[in-house]
Ligand binder design. Structure first.
Ligand SMILES: Nc1ncnc2c1ncn2[C@@H]1O[C@H](COP(=O)(O)OP(=O)(O)OP(=O)(O)O)[C@@H](O)[C@H]1O
Ligand SMILES: [Mg+2]
Length: 316
């Protein structure tokens, strides 16, 4: 029987934050998300925020879509996020992976826009808003003004680069081989700045030892300086009035890097920016993306999602 309900698509569709470490997906109620490692077996689908292995990406997406397809209809509209500096080719690769996995319609929005909304900022209100997303593969720093990406700067590094610095340091200074998981555990314990004189017990693949935390902090400093330089260079090129607005509004900081001890504080100290940690930093992007789904569907604004990118950005 033809029902009035069938005149309306059974919105909402699906929002996806395909991160370098984790793929998060959710529907417009924004309450629950599914999480899946961004890898197919041992093959990482992404590198530095963008798809590096199209087959692995489609396999990860397929796993996630299967869950939502079960309870829904054949059509699957997907809103995904990409780093603010993603090229036309990188965005097209993302859209293709979504389609290969079964999306019938796709839109790609800038990750920092979603991160700000997810952190609770009303980007529709007057003013300039800045966000720093410290992710696994990218540090994405952006200014959103007049409901669109106004300016941005990225460093295609992130938590993965910090972990690599830990592993390299342990190998070069102590001849220790550690797994990626142990490097992550060390990073979470040591943080970017430790108590002077502190030692850290390390479980190597072949032997255990104690390493001065200061040695690890020094190895991490090269990477944290790179993050700080990205943020400082970005802020310095902003107009003074915009800078004043940013300082008045505060700067949101999101992403898993916020949970690495001392990293957010370090960024605040070196940039002198009034940073505000998002309440759920790992989920800010997917929360924001989910909030965008509702209006996109109900008001038929799906096509207008492109307007979050700067004018002249490629239309996919
Ligand atoms: N509880 C925690 N304590 C410390 N660090 C954490 C914690 N949870 C996550 N992280 C760090 O955050 C990283 C993941 O961050 P996030 O989820 O923001 O990345 P992503 O969105 O997958 O990547 P990207 O946005 O850069 O593509 C982890 O790999 C880890 O290094
Ligand atoms: Mg992310």
């Amino acid at each position: 029987m033809f029902s009035i309900l069938s005149l309306h698509r059974k919105e909402p569709d699906l929002a996806v934050d395909f991160g370098t470490a984790i793929l998060r997906a959710g529907i417009a109620d924004g309450q629950r998300f599914s999480e899946e490692p961004s890898r197919a077996g041992t093959r990482p689908a992404l590198r530095q925020g963008v798809i590096a292995d199209a087959d692995a990406a489609a396999a990860v997406l397929d796993r996630v879509f299967a869950r939502y397809r079960k309870s829904n209809r054949r059509d699957l509209h997907v809103l995904a996020c990409a780093p603010s500096d993603a090229t036309e080719d990188e965005q097209a690769l993302l859209s293709r992976a979504l389609q290969t996995a079964g999306a019938t319609r796709t839109a790609v929005v800038p990750e920092p826009v979603a991160a700000l909304i997810g952190a609770g900022v009303d980007i529709g209100s007057d003013g300039a808003f800045m966000v720093i997303d410290l992710g696994e593969g990218v540090v994405d720093c952006a200014l959103i003004k007049e409901r669109r990406l106004f300016a941005s700067a990225t460093w295609r590094g992130g938590c993965a680069a910090l972990r690599e610095a830990v592993a390299t340091c342990l190998r070069e200074t102590h001849g220790l081989q550690v797994s990626d998981a142990e490097a992550e555990a060390v990073l979470r314990r040591v943080g970017v700045e430790s108590r002077p004189g502190a030692y850290l017990p390390i479980h190597g693949t072949h032997e255990d030892t104690a390493v001065p935390a200061a040695v690890l902090n020094a190895a991490l400093r090269e990477k944290t300086d790179r993050i700080a330089a990205t943020l400082l260079d970005f802020v310095k090129q902003l107009e003074p009035e915009i800078c004043a607005e940013v300082i008045a509004n505060g700067v949101e900081i999101t992403g898993g890097g916020v949970l690495i001890p001392g990293l957010a504080e370090y960024c605040a100290r070196v940039t002198h920016l009034p940073l505000r940690r998002a309440p759920r930093p790992l989920e800010s992007v997917i929360q924001g993306a989910c909030s965008l789904l509702g209006p996109a569907a109900k008001l038929n604004l799906w096509d207008s999602l492109r307007s979050f990118w700067p004018p002249g950005a490629p239309s996919l």
